[in-house]
Design a protein around this ligand. Structure first.
Ligand SMILES: [Zn+2]
Length: 129
């Protein structure tokens, strides 16, 4: 998507640079389409696009997080209250979804995960605690 957006930006900039009005602007600014400055402009636009895309992704993930949290609110089973022999339930500590179910008494080598994958991503981005 970014690549396509970048292609469009490059095409538009190149197209603009060929038009009389813009040709003068580019010329006045001392920007040649093959120059480092031109490439820098494309890079700046590219960075802006990349930021916009990742902001959108983060926004979508935050929305998903809030929906998961709402959907799972109060649905967690208390392992301590379940009858003996029941499986153990492990939930994401951030959003509350069920991450794993383990048979009670099963030898556990790997500790259960504390957070689901999407919440780990959001935590790494500093968007949730
Ligand atoms: Zn989660």
């Amino acid at each position: 998507m970014i690549t396509r957006a970048k292609q469009i930006v490059c095409a538009v900039l190149e197209d603009l640079s060929e038009r009389d009005g813009f040709k003068q602007v580019f010329k006045d600014m001392g920007v040649e389409t093959q120059s480092e400055l031109f490439k820098e402009i494309v890079q700046v636009v590219d960075d802006m696009l990349a930021k916009t895309v990742s902001d959108k992704v983060a926004e979508d993930l935050m929305l998903r997080f809030q929906n998961r949290k709402k959907e799972w609110e109060g649905k967690q089973k208390d392992n301590g209250l379940l009858p003996a022999g029941s499986p153990m339930y492990y939930y994401c500590k951030a959003c509350g979804i069920l991450i794993e179910m383990r048979s009670e008494g099963r030898f556990v080598r790997v500790p259960p995960l504390k957070h689901c994958q999407e919440c780990v991503f959001l935590m790494n981005k500093g968007l949730i605690n």
